[in-house]
Design a protein around this ligand. Structure first.
Ligand SMILES: C[S@@+](CC[C@H](N)C(=O)[O-])C[C@H]1O[C@@H](n2cnc3c(N)ncnc32)[C@H](O)[C@@H]1O
Ligand SMILES: [Zn+2]
Length: 402
């Protein structure tokens, strides 16, 4: 790999991703662990492991661009070396990109990378706090079609500015790497950042995603508009969602109806979601098995994505330039299959451990469920887990019977 310095006060190297070439700090692709921007070894962030995340941004913007039927203005609000924004400019026809980062050294790299890819005509580079930039867009400079928010940790403090900066129908992509917070390892931090109580349970990855969406929905509703989730995905160290916003009163009403609470029984695996106002009228927190119900929320109780949109992304993925084409397709196919399936998934190991029985194969579980008329869907949230419309009690009986 050629080593270039190009006047940067740290070793750099050029690599390729999708259709672009990017100059990155050499340490970011060498080190076994990424340590953050303040470290001298990692002066600007780049993570090759996030290529899938960037592939999905490209596909989402391609679909949006097709729906718009005009040039799109997108914003990579925390661009790091610019990998995502540059790929959006190079791989989505008819787009202009605003690339921004608060770190001046990142902005030097972004400017270099814009020139390296001859994208000067389609890229505007800024060095601001993303909130200032987005609020300026919201109230002075005209709104954006697509905003990608990909900070270190929680995106919560950027959500309001990002939502307000969008045109009606615009897309907001949020990446959260504070998964331990959303998944309930640090419950207090989750309440502080997302105003929602998390829950440690076998499907806590989904609970975390629903908390992120619920928070986004409440901030949108505060401004009088609604959101519709287009894609929600979880990978090893982040959870990600892309939503469209809609300023109609119908969408606002639907958004409010999609907010509620989760109730879960740790004894019998029963779980259910309840709309906000029903849950508030609830008096007891006892499961039908007699155990105490745990709860989480407020959170998003509606669908986590949109089937038609996900299918369009799949179609776009056939057109090439993906960095991880196989992983992207496999993920999108799973998402298409599970997006309309029942909320919350079951983990066979957990139930079988509780019941003290051997774990059947997923195929066997699917056959048993389907023979009784119940549904069975795999979930991308957790390999080896599944969604079904069978109540927990029926599922336990069916597993016990063998
Ligand atoms: C996870 S990295 C972004 C990675 C990038 N999206 C990619 O795909 O390579 C987070 C970036 O957010 C920037 N950042 C942190 N706080 C910011 C803020 N308030 N406004 C703008 N950028 C910020 C950091 O300097 C860092 O470059
Ligand atoms: Zn119970």
């Amino acid at each position: 790999m050629p080593l270039v310095t190009e006047g940067f006060p740290f070793p750099t190297t050029i690599l390729s991703e999708g259709k672009v070439r990017i100059l990155v700090p050499r340490a970011t692709i060498e080190g076994p662990s990424l340590k953050g921007p303040s470290s001298r070894r990692f002066p600007v962030f780049y993570n090759p492991g996030m290529a899938l995340n960037r592939d999905l941004s490209v596909l989402a913007l391609r679909v949006e661009r097709r729906l718009l039927g005009r040039e799109a203005l997108a914003c990579d609000a925390m661009a790091g070396c610019g990998a995502k924004g540059l790929r959006l400019a190079a791989e989505v026809e008819g787009t202009r990109i605003l690339l921004n980062d608060i770190n001046p050294m990142a902005v030097r790299l972004i400017n270099y990378n814009v020139r390296l890819n001859a994208l000067e005509e389609r890229a505007i580079v800024r060095n601001e706090d993303a909130r200032l930039l987005l609020l300026e867009r919201a109230f002075r400079e005209g709104t954006l079609d697509y905003v990608d928010v990909d900070p270190f940790g929680s995106p919560a403090v950027f959500v309001e500015a990002a939502l307000c900066s969008l045109v009606d129908g615009g897309f907001l992509a949020l990446t959260a790497t504070d998964t331990a917070v959303l998944n309930g390892v640090h419950a207090e931090a989750c309440i502080r950042k997302y105003w929602a109580k998390p829950l440690r349970c076998e499907y806590h990855h989904e609970v975390g995603a629903r908390i992120l969406l619920g928070y986004t929905a409440r901030v949108a509703a505060m401004h009088g508009f609604g959101i519709s989730p287009l894609l929600t995905e979880r990978s090893s160290h982040y959870v990600r969602t892309i939503v469209s916003i809609n300023r109609s009163s119908k969408s606002l009403r639907e958004t409010m109806n999609s907010l509620g609470f989760l109730f879960h029984c740790h004894s019998c695996f029963h779980r259910h979601l309840e709309p906000y106002d029903h849950a508030h009228k609830r008096t007891g927190l006892v499961c039908s098995c007699g155990s105490k119900l745990s709860w989480a929320g407020p959170l998003w109780i509606g669908r986590l994505g949109d089937k038609a949109f996900l299918k369009s992304m799949l179609q776009e993925s056939e057109k090439g330039a993906m960095q991880e084409p196989r992983r992207v397709r496999r993920l999108l196919e799973l998402l298409v299959d599970e997006v309309e399936a029942p909320p919350t998934y079951f983990v066979p190991q957990e139930i079988c451990k509780e019941l003290g029985i051997p774990i059947p194969s997923l195929k066997e579980i699917a056959l048993r469920l389907q023979s009784l008329g119940y549904s069975f869907f795999l979930t991308h949230f957790s390999p080896g887990s599944f969604r079904t419309d069978a109540p927990a009690k029926a599922l336990a009986e069916l597993l016990r019977r063998g």
